[in-house]
Design a protein around this ligand. Sequence first.
Ligand code: UT7
Length: 328
Amino acid sequence: MSVAIVSTGSCIPAQRVSNEELAARVDTTDEWIRSHTGIGSRHFAEDGQTTSDLAVKAALSAMERAKIGPLDLDLIVVATATPDYFGFPSTACIVQDKLGATNAAAFDINAGCTGFIYGLDTAWSMLQSDGRRRALVVGAETLSRIVDWEDRATCVLFGDGAGAAILDKSDDYGQRGVLHSWLRAKGSGSKSLYLRQPERSSAYQRDTSYDRPVKVEMDGKSVYMFAVKAITDVMEALLAKSGLSLQDFRWIVPHQANLRIVQAAAKRFGLPDERFYMNIEEYANTSAASVPIALDELASKGQLQPGDLVMTMGFGAGLTYGGTIIRW
Ligand code: UT7
């Protein structure tokens, strides 16, 4: 019995903002953003469009390709750092309702940019038990709503979008499926990347800064150093666990945070940059959505075929990191 990824889908909002367009509103340049990150543009959700709206579009596309309906889903996992409601209800429950997936359990995962990887591991593990066959795993974000537009060091980095995968458990998939997963966290770094928000330290007193918007705070340099080590650790751990070598993989699909982070990992392993699939130039950093959007692009372009080996890696807020090996 294996749990295979049988289809993917994605939703890229139509509103595209190039670096030059951003530079008209923020004190930055196309040259700085490209040379420091590899980003050329990002897409933003329309006004009124929520994370669950993007998630549902990506999910419907994946479900259509898998030829399944909403009642076929036993589980919905939404990985997001930008839920429709901070706290509750979960975005997964809103997605469940919009899809009409009334047979499915639904919950969110908050593991920052590693969210989709954590979601895959969770769904894969939960599908091992009796009575569950199909899971929808979505990474979806509307980061444009939480970045600090006064902070040029962070606001140029992020974009909105969603990617989805359908996992199916069956004897029919032979060697295909999720083969290995490796997850870690480093909570001691939680304040290097976090969402500034009102203090909730006492029962009766409301924080006087309550009316200020929540916003992303990031210590870019320490996250950068963490990310380069994390991506290397994940790759080494997955290779050790699987006994595979990097030459066995058709694609290595990293979280799209910064081209330079991936280039540093490529150098460490003596690999050409082209072995890593990158689309950061178009979409920027879409956090939990970046890996499933990349997988969907590869699959849609016919560059991932059943039987291909793919390694995915994530790293981000938490701090969290991890990866999976999938035989497509
Ligand atoms: O998804 C996971 C989470 N995030 C990450 O993985 C991000 C990890 N960190 C990074 O990718 C990099 O640290 C950044 C891209 C965020 C920043 O790159 P950096 O090379 O570390 O730049 P810096 O923060 O050291 O800033 C260098 C200079 C500063 O000017 P001075 O002090 O040298 O005069 C900044 O003020 O660049 C300036 N700067 C900018 N200039 C133009 C910072 N942001 C910008 C900007 N446009 N957008």
